[in-house]
Design a protein around this ligand. Structure first.
Ligand SMILES: Cc1ncc(C[n+]2csc(CCOP(=O)(O)OP(=O)(O)O)c2C)c(N)n1
Ligand code: SF4
Ligand SMILES: [Mg+2]
Length: 334
């Protein structure tokens, strides 16, 4: 249930730890759309992070749907920042906690717009200054809260209101920004990608990030039924396909080196992913332009599989078809 804003006391936290192995840091009853991947993703991150955290949250869907004044769905201390400065706010909190010798962990939450584009400067500074903060980007691949505009994360060929599909163009002309390569260039201790379709892998990565001293970064693929135009009951299936096609590689990095990748046992064609989403509908038209764009998207997925060695050479229950764990890869980034 959504409730009035309150801070858990130390006694509450002890009780929560004892009684709730799956801590609900974000309660139900908020105003997200049905099947919102970001709502599920935030809940899973906090389940793993536990109650002793402070969350700084950039402007975006997550902030809006959880805090219709005077209510809040957050059961942890939470602060709303500007769109562009969540990393700076989180860094300030971290420094204050350090000065007080407190163990509380700091999380910065932002959408892809607030990470890839408008909040990037503050994020880069936070990483470079080595703040002990976990930055989580809820990547729904567009500026959703303001009505589905393309961001630096929007995939090639996807329709948005500012990358329309029609006679002149086939959705977004540019490629999804390779943000992880940029994060890798900062040489931070830990960075990873994860998908809401693989919750235990996601929880493990959150815990690893929080155990790491220094800055960590998590790129969390979070389908948006409204902006992607998929059936809200298919959020998990859609995100699983993002991984199984190779379009969204799931991996872990230490100091810029890829150390683990989630293997794909049976690679699915990009068409299977595209077919479920209205944002790619134009790519299925019976025209040479549509076929060419679909081939581009397939080539991008194939390139990811090649680059990160995502193909599984032997059956493994922990790959993308089995449970949702990861397998050690041992590659170098780039
Ligand atoms: C400086 C600034 N520019 C624009 C906006 C308007 N705005 C608020 S939320 C939002 C979209 C957020 O997109 P994203 O970060 O991807 O989060 P999402 O809503 O998709 O979860 C925009 C453009 C703003 N609040 N501040
Ligand atoms: S618009 Fe998308 S991200 Fe925003 S609440 Fe709805 S489903 Fe979630
Ligand atoms: Mg977004």
């Amino acid at each position: 249930m959504i409730h009035a804003i309150s801070r858990p006391s130390p006694v509450d936290i002890a009780e929560l730890r004892k009684n709730q192995p799956r801590f609900a840091g974000m309660e139900s009853g908020h105003g997200a759309c049905q099947g919102c991947g970001q709502a599920l993703a935030a809940r899973l991150v906090l389940e793993a992070a536990g109650p002793d955290v402070i969350v700084a949250n950039a402007t975006g869907c997550l902030e809006i749907f959880t805090t219709p004044w005077p209510q809040s769905a957050w059961a942890v201390p939470w602060i709303h920042s500007l769109f562009e400065n969540v990393a700076a706010v989180a860094a300030g909190i971290e420094v204050a906690l350090r000065a007080q010798k407190r163990e509380t962990r700091v999380l910065a939450f932002a959408g892809d717009g607030g990470t890839f584009d408008i909040g990037f400067q503050a994020l880069s500074g936070m990483l470079e200054r080595n703040h002990d903060v976990l930055f989580v980007c809820f990547d729904n691949e567009a500026y959703m809260n303001t009505g589905i505009q393309r961001s630096g994360s929007t995939p090639h060929g996807a329709w948005t209101n500012t990358s329309p599909a029609g006679r002149v163009r086939m959705g977004k002309r540019h490629f999804k920004k390779d943000l992880l390569a940029i994060i890798a260039a900062h040489g931070i201790p830990y960075a990873a990608t994860a998908s809401v379709a693989y919750p235990s892998d996601l929880r493990t990565k959150v815990r690893r990030a929080l155990e790491t001293e220094g800055p960590s970064f998590l790129l969390l693929h979070s389908p948006c039924p409204l902006g992607w135009g998929h059936d809200s009951a298919l959020t998990i299936a859609v995100d699983r396909l993002a991984v199984e096609t190779g379009l969204f590689p799931v991996l872990e990095m230490e100091r810029g080196h890829v150390i683990e990748t989630m293997k794909i046992r049976k690679v699915r064609p990009v068409k299977d992913y595209v077919e479920l989403q209205m944002r790619f509908r134009h790519l299925l038209a019976d025209s040479p332009e549509a076929r060419e764009e679909l081939e581009h998207l397939q080539a991008l997925a194939d390139a990811n599989i090649e680059r990160y060695g995502l193909l599984s050479d032997s059956p493994d229950p922990r790959d993308s078809e089995g449970s949702d764990s990861v397998r050690r890869g041992g590659m170098r980034w780039g």
